[in-house]
Design a protein around this ligand. Structure first.
Ligand SMILES: Nc1ncnc2c1ncn2[C@@H]1O[C@H](COP(=O)(O)OP(=O)(O)OP(=O)(O)O)[C@@H](O)[C@H]1O
Length: 661
C-alpha cells in the first residue's frame, strides 16, 4: 500500500498509538523484559514476529550498505576496558543532565523536562487562543493521556505573549545543544519544576550513561558495556587497512548491541537501555572528501533542516537535491552527502514514510568540538521527530586520540606521484646511554620518545633549548624522567618524501535499529475504514516477518494433504510461511495475519485438491487471483525479493472474486 493510500485510510480512521500498542503486544512483536517480575524500564524482549522483522531489517541493511559498498564488517566485544573509553572521551563526557526532586526522589532528564513543559505551554496557548479545541485530546491519544496524567500536568489553556511564544520556540529549536548550566538557568527563568507537584528541582547534574563493570575475578580491570560499536572499529583500523591492501578510502561496519543507562526511558522502543546498533566508519582522505559514486545519488530529493533555519526558530524544512545541498555547502562534503542520500534510500525501501523523514543538522554547540558537520535522519512519530540515524563527519578525532594514547600509528600511507619537500621535527637518541640509565625500562622509554607527535616534538625541542632538558613521565615507570642533550637531539629537518602519510577522517552513519523498527510500525499501521476493528501493518514484503499465510478452507483430510504438499513447495523455495488451520473463518484468519503484516495469503480449497490451483490474496488491497502453485510461488518470489509490483507480478494469474474479506 502506498504512503498516500495509508494516509487516506487514516483520514477516515485516525492513527491511534493505543490501538497500535495493543496489536504489537497481542501479536508479541515485543514486550517488556522481566514482566513477571514487574519489568525494568528501558528493557524489552522481541517475540517471534519482532525477531523476524528485526532480522530482515538487519539483512536489508547488510545488503544495502556492506555488500553494495564492499565494506569490511567486524564484530567486536561489548565489554570494553576503562582506558579505551577514557581515551575516546566517553568516561568524561558521555553524559546527560539529570535533576532530582529532593522531596519525592523522582529523577528527570533536564533537557527532556524543559522540552516537555515548554511544548505543553505552547499547546495550552494554542487552546486558549482557540487555535485547537482541546490540546489534551488533540495532542495525545487515550493511552498517552493516562500515562501523562501520572507523569506530567494536564495541558492548561493559558494565553502567552507573542514574545514568549517566540522565545519558547527558539529554545525548543536549540534544545539538544544546551549545557547543564544553561538548562538550569532555563528552568529557573521559566519556573520549571516537578511537572506534577510544581516543586523546584535540584540544579542539573551530569550523569554518565555507561554501565560500569569489572572484568575478571579480581575486579582489577575496570570496564564498561560499550555505549556504541564504533570504538572496536577504530581500534582495528590498522588490521582493516592491511586487509584492504593498504588502500583508502574504505569503510568498516559493525552490527551489535550497545548499552546506555538512560535517565528516564519512557518512550517504548525509542529510548531503551540495551539496543541494536548498526554503524559504519568510512575512512577518507581529509584533503579529498569527494565520493566516486556521488553522481548516482545527486538527484535524490530530501528535506533538510539546516542550522540557520533552526536558529530562526522555524521547523519548516528546505527541500533540495543532495547534489545542490553539497554544491551550496549546506552539507559539508560529498562523502557525507552520499551517505545521507543512501540512508534515505535505505529507510524508504524498508517501510519508512518519506513524508515523515527529514535530515536535521546539528547546531554548532550540539556537535562534538572535533566534528566537521553532523546530520540526523529524524522520523516523525506520535512521540514527535525522533533521531533514528546519526550521520557525522568526525574528522580525525578518534584515530588521533587512540594513536596518541597507545603510541601506535593509525595512518594511511600513499605513494606520491611527484616527490615533495617536507620539513619535520625529528628526534635522535643516543641509545648507548639508555641501557645503563634505564636498565629493563630502556626499550619503553625509547619507544615513547620515538612515537612523539610533531606537536609534542616541537614543544620538547623548545624545552631542550630553553631549559637544557626535557621532563616527562610514562605509565608503569615510577617518577619523572629527565633527559638532557647528551641523550637526545630534536631538530627540524627538510627531506624529499615519496610517500604521504595521513590520519584519515571518519564519516560515521550510525543507525539505531529499534528506533527505526518502531517508526516503521507507526508509519505502516492503519485500520480498514469499512471495519475499524481490523488493523493492518503494511510492511514492504521484503522485510515482512512472514511472507505467506497458508489457509486450508477446512480441516477435511483432502485439504490437509494438499496443504502439506504446498507447504513442501514453500519450504523448498525458502519462502517464510505459516499454516493457519484453526477452525475460525477465513476472513478472521486473514484479519489476524494482516495485523502481523503478512503480505500474502494462499487459500487451499477443494479445487486445489483436484487441479492443483490455489488463490493468492494481497494483504492491503485484499485483491485475489488464482493459478497453479508454481505460478503463485513465482509471483510471490518476484514481488517479495525482486521488487516487482502486484499488478506486474500477477498478470499471468486469473482474477478471482471471493467472499473471504
Ligand atoms: N537509548 C536509546 N535507545 C534506542 N536507540 C538509541 C538510544 N540512544 C541512541 N540510539 C540510537 O543510536 C543512534 C546513534 O546514537 P547517538 O549517540 O547519535 O544518539 P544520541 O544523539 O545520543 O540520541 P539521543 O539524543 O536521542 O539520546 C541514534 O540515532 C539512535 O537511533
Amino acid at each position: 500500500m502506498s504512503v498516500e493510500e495509508i494516509s487516506q485510510a487514516r483520514s477516515t480512521v485516525p492513527f491511534s498509538r493505543e490501538t497500535l500498542e495493543s496489536v504489537l503486544k497481542r501479536r508479541f512483536f515485543f514486550a517488556p523484559s522481566f514482566e513477571l517480575y514487574g519489568g525494568v524500564s528501558g528493557l524489552y524482549d522481541y517475540g517471534p514476529p519482532g525477531c523476524a522483522f528485526q532480522a530482515n531489517i538487519v539483512d536489508a541493511w547488510r545488503k544495502h550498505f556492506i555488500l553494495e559498498e564492499d565494506m569490511l564488517e567486524v564484530d567486536c566485544t561489548m565489554l570494553t576496558p576503562h582506558e579505551v573509553l577514557k581515551t575516546s572521551g566517553h568516561v568524561d563526557k558521555f553524559s546527560d543532565w539529570m535533576c532530582r526532586d529532593l522531596k519525592t526522589g523522582e529523577i528527570f532528564r533536564a533537557d527532556h523536562l524543559v522540552e516537555e513543559v515548554l511544548e505543553s505551554r505552547l499547546k495550552g496557548n494554542q487552546e486558549a487562543r482557540g487555535l485547537v479545541k482541546d490540546a489534551n485530546a488533540n495532542a495525545q491519544d487515550d493511552a498517552d493521556k493516562k500515562k501523562r496524567k501520572k507523569k506530567v500536568k494536564e495541558i492548561k489553556a493559558v494565553k502567552l505573549d507573542d514574545e514568549v511564544v517566540k522565545e519558547f520556540e527558539e529554545v525548543l529549536a536549540k534544545i539538544d545543544g544546551y549545557s547543564g548550566q544553561e538548562l538550569g538557568e532555563l528552568m529557573v527563568k521559566y519556573s520549571i519544576g516537578n511537572p506534577v507537584s510544581g516543586e523546584a528541582l535540584e540544579a542539573p547534574k551530569a550523569f554518565n550513561l555507561m554501565f560500569e563493570t569489572a572484568i575478571g575475578p579480581s575486579g582489577q580491570i575496570k570496564g564498561y558495556l560499550r555505549p556504541e560499536t564504533a570504538q572496536g572499529q577504530f581500534l582495528n583500523f590498522n588490521k582493516l587497512l592491511e586487509f584492504n591492501n593498504h588502500k583508502a578510502p574504505f569503510a568498516s561496519a559493525s552490527i551489535g548491541k550497545s548499552f546506555r543507562n538512560e535517565i528516564s526511558p519512557r518512550s517504548g522502543l525509542l529510548r531503551v537501555r540495551e539496543f541494536l546498533m548498526a554503524e559504519i566508519e568510512h575512512f577518507v582522505d581529509p584533503l579529498k572528501k569527494t565520493h566516486p559514486r556521488f553522481e548516482e545519488v545527486k538527484d535524490v530529493k530530501l528535506k533538510f533542516l539546516p542550522r540557520e533555519v533552526q536558529q530562526s526558530g522555524s521547523t519548516i524544512p528546505v527541500e533540495s537535491t543532495i547534489g545542490d545541498a553539497v554544491a551550496t555547502k549546506m552539507v559539508d562534503n560529498e562523502t557525507l552527502g552520499y551517505f545521507i542520500a543512501r540512508i534515505y534510500m535505505f529507510l524508504t525501501t524498508i517501510g519508512v514514510d518519506p513524508t515523515k523523514l527529514r535530515f536535521r543538522q546539528h547546531m554548532a554547540n550540539e556537535m562534538a568540538h572535533y566534528a566537521a558537520d553532523c546530520w540526523d535522519a529524524e522520523l516523525k512519530t506520535s512521540y514527535g521527530w525522533i533521531e533514528c540515524v546519526g550521520c557525522a563527519d568526525r574528522s580525525a578525532y578518534d584515530l588521533t586520540v587512540h594513536a596518541n594514547r597507545t603510541k601506535e600509528k593509525l595512518v594511511v600511507r600513499q605513494k606520491l606521484e611527484e616527490p615533495v619537500q617536507v620539513t619535520k621535527w625529528e628526534i635522535e637518541l643516543t641509545k648507548k646511554l639508555f641501557g645503563p640509565k634505564f636498565r629493563k625500562d630502556a626499550p619503553k622509554v625509547e619507544s615513547f620518545l620515538l612515537s612523539l607527535t610533531q606537536e609534542e616534538l616541537e614543544s620538547k625541542a623548545k624545552d631542550l633549548k630553553d631549559a637544557g632538558k626535557i621532563v616527562f613521565s610514562i605509565d608503569g615507570i615510577d617518577g619523572q624522567i629527565e633527559l638532557d642533550s647528551k641523550f637526545l637531539s630534536i631538530e627540524q629537518i627538510t627531506r624529499t618524501e615519496h610517500v604521504r602519510e595521513f590520519v584519515p577522517n571518519v564519516i560515521e552513519p550510525s543507525f539505531g535499529i529499534g528506533r527505526i523498527i518502531y517508526s516503521i510500525f507507526e508509519h505502516s499501521f492503519w485500520s480498514r475504514p469499512e471495519d475499524t476493528a481490523r488493523s493492518v501493518l503494511s510492511f514492504p514484503p521484503s522485510v515482512a516477518p512472514t511472507k505467506v499465510l497458508l489457509v486450508p478452507l477446512s480441516n477435511h483430510a483432502d485439504l490437509t494433504a494438499t496443504t502439506q504438499e504446498v507447504s513442501k513447495v514453500f519450504r523448498k523455495e525458502k519462502i517464510p510461511f505459516k499454516v493457519d488451520d484453526s477452525g475460525v473463518s477465513i476472513g478472521k484468519r486473514y484479519a489476524r495475519n494482516d495485523e502481523l503484516g503478512t503480505p500474502f495469503g494462499v487459500t487451499i480449497d477443494f479445487d486445489s485438491a483436484k487441479d492443483g490451483t490455489v488463490t493468492l490474496r494481497e494483504r492491503d488491497s485484499t485483491k485475489q487471483v488464482r493459478g497453479s502453485v508454481e505460478d503463485v510461488v513465482k509471483a510471490i518470489r518476484e514481488i517479495t525479493y525482486n521488487g516487482v509490483s502486484w499488478e506486474e507480478g500477477t498478470k499471468s494469474l486469473e482474477p478471482f472474486a471471493s467472499q473471504t474479506d
